[in-house]
Write a protein that binds this ligand. Sequence first.
Ligand code: PLP
Ligand code: LYS
Length: 384
Amino acid sequence: MFSNKDIAQFADLETPFYYYDLSLLQRSLSACANAAKVYDFHVHYAMKANFNDTVLKKIKEAGLGADCVSGNEVKKAIEIGFAQKQVVFAGVGKSDKEINEALDLDIFCFNVESVQELEVINELAGKKNKIAKVAIRINPNVDAHTHHNITTGLDENKFGVNSWDLPDCAEMLKASANLEFMGVHFHIGSQITNLDVYKNLCVRINEFAKWFEERGFMVKVLNVGGGLGIDYQNPEQQIPDFEAYFKIFNDFLEKRPNQEVHFELGRAIVGQCSSLISRVLYVKNGKNKNFIILDAGMTELMRPALYQAYHQIENLSKQDGEATVKYDVVGPICESTDCFGKEVLLQETSRGDLIAIRSTGAYGEVMSSHYNLREKVSTAFSQE
Ligand SMILES: Cc1ncc(COP(=O)(O)O)c(C=O)c1O
Ligand SMILES: N[C@@H](CCCC[NH3+])C(=O)O
């Protein structure tokens, strides 16, 4: 819900822009940190969800670590002030340059996704006379029951080491003088709303951790990844149930004494704290359809075009009236998929109205592009 003060502030700003509610971000962070603390769990924030500087600084101040998926994310995490020992680096295609940079920055751990990558990290660490800490990202073949395009833990996915390659992995680890084995890593997908999925993941994690222990490895870290979803249908349901989420891992993981449990949450922390604010350029009334044409498009928010993702759409200029007209809400980009919602019921809308597209804090601003030579999308922040 936006206050009249928020809306008055928006009226003076050039659209489109991402609006960040920093007090909501703070409340999400506190809820997450407090729920994790009960079990002494460690949370690394998945930077790919949103790497806006102001957002990152708040997350760092809350004491979370950083989960990175590129050399630039690793560098940015360190620049923002995340402690080196709280930075992890995953990714199925880490380049030699990126590995070298992360070695120089002495990060906590590489989450390694293939036997070849182990070989390369060992060689590059050797050249620097360093010992690289590594966890093996295992593909557990657990169905996350989420959108097909954001599932990552099935045999058909490119991510992680498949179970049949683990014997080679173990051999490589034993033969590599410049690698220190830290533990096992998993991430089965994003926008997971059925928490039972995580029980299945825990069963597989227990099996894989035991597999390594039986071969003489000490598993210091169980990194279970992230993926906890948010309620896109109901943006006012703002803070995910972190307590229920962490409790599942406490109940179902067979954690050894002194073993650390790590999480990599992105969307659950930042998803609800932002909306894309746009202005209506034109309203086209057709025979069978009415179109609202916004000044924001798929270049600012790609999720609907890419995954047919639902985001709630609100007309902020007509908050009181009854919603009576169905519109297809589209952007100005030269693509037919540049559509934020079809047959969206809204108050009768006119040129100049302000429109909010809700729940855009995760994978919104970060996935914006310059297609059609669009301007870089701007940002605005709530007064805390
Ligand atoms: C390795 C890894 N960890 C964590 C995440 C964070 O996911 P989410 O934003 O769904 O919590 C992702 C993205 O899906 C990922 O690929
Ligand atoms: N970009 C996706 C999530 C991908 C998660 C990263 N593996 C989304 O917008 O839902």
